[in-house]
Design a protein. Structure first.
Ligand SMILES: Nc1ncnc2c1ncn2[C@@H]1O[C@H](COP(=O)(O)OP(=O)(O)O)[C@@H](O)[C@H]1O
Ligand SMILES: [Mg+2]
Length: 301
């Protein structure tokens, strides 16, 4: 598989807060990479940094962020804006925030879809009925319908290579969440999209991701295939997450949702909660070894 996105040594700081620290991962064409972690672990900051939409006052640095070999740091703001409009689709967490509340949905869709064949696109996601509702504003549609419409716009109208979905189903009920996830996987298969899928819900990770990066305190503490992460987790945080999962199946189950906990400012961020903490953990931030950031992980497999 071709490497589409390569991120190495990404840092994001807000005034007084280090939100993302030395994050590196790759994403291949046709692959779904899950970024999982509790609230505040830095997931949204990673997404915002990749698409250069961090809020004022935030600062990002990176050794390299490449899309299809092109260094994104070389792009001007205008080139980056064009890239966001064409090659990178972003699906927001709350569909309502990216639509005007007063303008009919169909008119907004026509505007966003540009030259694309809107009836055909709507047909592909089972939403042709929207065409019969030319006067209905967003509040007349369900959250699940709106989220599918936004995915449609992000993925089909512009045919990007990379889709960034930051908790796209968090506000939806389980049945609708399952529909949205099916749509995403269907698009991945049909368009060979790479998807960066952000979630705090391990049940969702198990359903949609090929590979997973587990975040804690701004670090990517463990990266692996979904199977590796679920069957042989190596980082104590990943292990704690999995042992807290009462059941790993059930579409849309919220049982795997992560509850935030304390993060150390020095040494390993997980040290205050770690069941196997050592003296060195409070003193030194572990460097990644074999895709795991833990003082227990030794360099030889
Ligand atoms: N605009 C901001 N200004 C200051 N701090 C922020 C801002 N956005 C996020 N943060 C902080 O950065 C850290 C990571 O946040 P975020 O990337 O939103 O995490 P997640 O998406 O995993 O919940 C948190 O400590 C959060 O409080
Ligand atoms: Mg977030």
């Amino acid at each position: 598989m071709t490497e589409l996105l390569a991120v190495s040594g990404l840092h994001v700081d807000y005034p007084g807060v280090r939100a993302v620290h030395d994050v590196s991962f790759t994403l291949r064409q046709g692959e779904v990479f899950g970024l999982v972690g509790e609230s505040g672990s830095g997931k949204s900051s990673v997404c915002a940094a990749l698409t250069r939409v961090l809020p004022p006052g935030a600062r990002m640095t990176a050794e390299a962020v490449r899309l299809d070999g092109q260094a994104l740091s070389d792009l001007t703001d205008e080139q980056m804006r064009r890239l966001r409009a064409t090659r990178i689709g972003v699906i927001p967490q709350r569909p309502m925030t990216s639509l005007s509340p007063v303008t009919p949905v169909l008119r907004q869709l026509r505007w966003h879809a540009g030259d694309a064949d809107l009836p055909a696109l709507l047909g592909q996601v089972g939403l042709r009925a929207v065409l019969d509702r030319p006067r209905d504003a967003p509040h007349r549609f369900s959250g699940g319908q709106l989220q599918r419409l936004l995915i449609l716009l992000a993925a089909l109208a512009r045919q990007p290579d990379l889709l960034i979905a930051d908790e796209p189903t968090t506000t939806l009920d389980p049945t609708v969440q399952a529909q949205v996830l099916r749509l995403l996987l269907d698009l991945r298969d049909r368009l060979r999209l790479a998807i960066l899928y952000v979630t705090h819900d391990l049940a969702v990770v198990a359903q949609v991701c090929d590979r997973v990066g587990v975040m804690y305190g701004g670090r990517l503490v463990e990266t692996g295939t979904t199977e590796q992460i679920f069957t042989s987790p190596r980082h104590p945080y990943t292990r704690a997450l999995l042992s807290a999962l009462p059941g790993r199946t059930g579409a849309g189950s919220r049982l795997g949702a992560l509850a935030p906990g304390p993060v150390a400012r020095h040494g390993c961020p997980f040290a205050p909660r770690c069941p196997v903490v050592m003296d060195v953990c409070a003193a030194q931030d572990p460097q990644p070894v074999l895709d795991v950031r833990c003082h227990h992980t030794k360099g030889t497999p």
